[in-house]
Design a protein around this ligand. Sequence first.
Ligand code: ASP
Ligand code: MG
Length: 412
Amino acid sequence: MPVLVMKFGGTSVATLDRIKRAAKRVGVEVAKGYDVIVIVSAMSGETNKLVGFVGETSPMYDAREYDAVVSSGENVTAGLMALTLQEMNVPARSWQGWQVPVRTTDAHSNARIEEIPTDNITAKFGEGMRVAVVAGFQGVSDEGRITTLGRGGSDTTAVAFAAAFEAERCDIYTDVDGVYTTDPRVTDKARKLDKIAFEEMLELASLGAKVLQTRSVELAMRYKVRLRVLSSFEEQSDEAGTLVCAEEEIMESNVVAGVAFSREEAKMTLISVADRPGIAASIFGPLADAGVNVDMIVQNISEEGRTDMTFSCPIDQVARAEKAMADAKAAGDINFHDLLADQEVAKVSIVGIGMRSHAGIAAKMFKTLQDEGVNIKVIATSEIKVSVLIDRKYMELAVQALHDAFGLEKTT
Ligand code: ASP
Ligand code: MG
């Protein structure tokens, strides 16, 4: 029988009533003839509570025990979901990560899935079980210790199971009804997309659209897992939500699929660094070692052998970046006059696979911002994305203007 993976996020299993509602959705798919693998998150708020307990008990905690504690929320929902399905006369059984086993690296609190053997669950399907309920977010290391996959990791569990079992689709039930052209809180013209390409979703996910864990989208793209994001709070039809799929499946789309933004950016400028071979390596090496996620980079024209180097990073990493640069300077590895941190910036990006075949998209973006009187501080582009750093106070204005300019609004 064809396999379907259905993942329910924390808000979709927040109460026993909601678990019941989710179980009914599962029942509908079972009735259609699917063998279903259900991946569950912890009840909403539960993982945060457990993370808090760990921090209070042991500030410099042992990551193995952190995983032992924070993985437990999913165990509860997996068992409750299996019981709820059994009450509905749907043959169901729960699995914790180690029972499958979901084999992962030993990078505790941020492990990666290496292998999911299918024989165990497939055998049960063969015996008449119709639903395997699997605790998301967790696995087991070679040492036999429980691991977790990083916050939001149940999305990745779901996609990995869909890939391993060659599922027809992976449905991600959440508290939003799909992927939007931009955040509806910024403009009420934001429109739900019926389909979006993996590449676009990956850009939107990593740019701060928080619907899916970025790693889950990477995995879906690699294994061509069709992902559907949909709400567990609305009546469902087969066309509900947003399908994340290969671009070949999207007949016609806008050149720009969406406008993403991030408020939590900082712009850092090293003033007057010596312009010599290896200078970029001696700046960005120490930043990487310090765990600073550098995004945009601009090196200016040099004069008399000296140049300014600008980069952006998340705002909560500014102190780390400053320390890494100060240390490198003290060690004599780099030499600069000053390091300026502008913490009042935001990043706004337009994303779309159509940009590959259309000229003038960046120019149109810049003109739109000019018309609004918004000054651009840094620009970065990729094949399917143009990003700019601007003053944070203009972020909403810029998003709305770009959303209009690229015709993303609702048509009805
Ligand atoms: N419960 C975990 C978290 O809150 C994993 C997940 O829900 O995806 O991050
Ligand atoms: Mg989530």
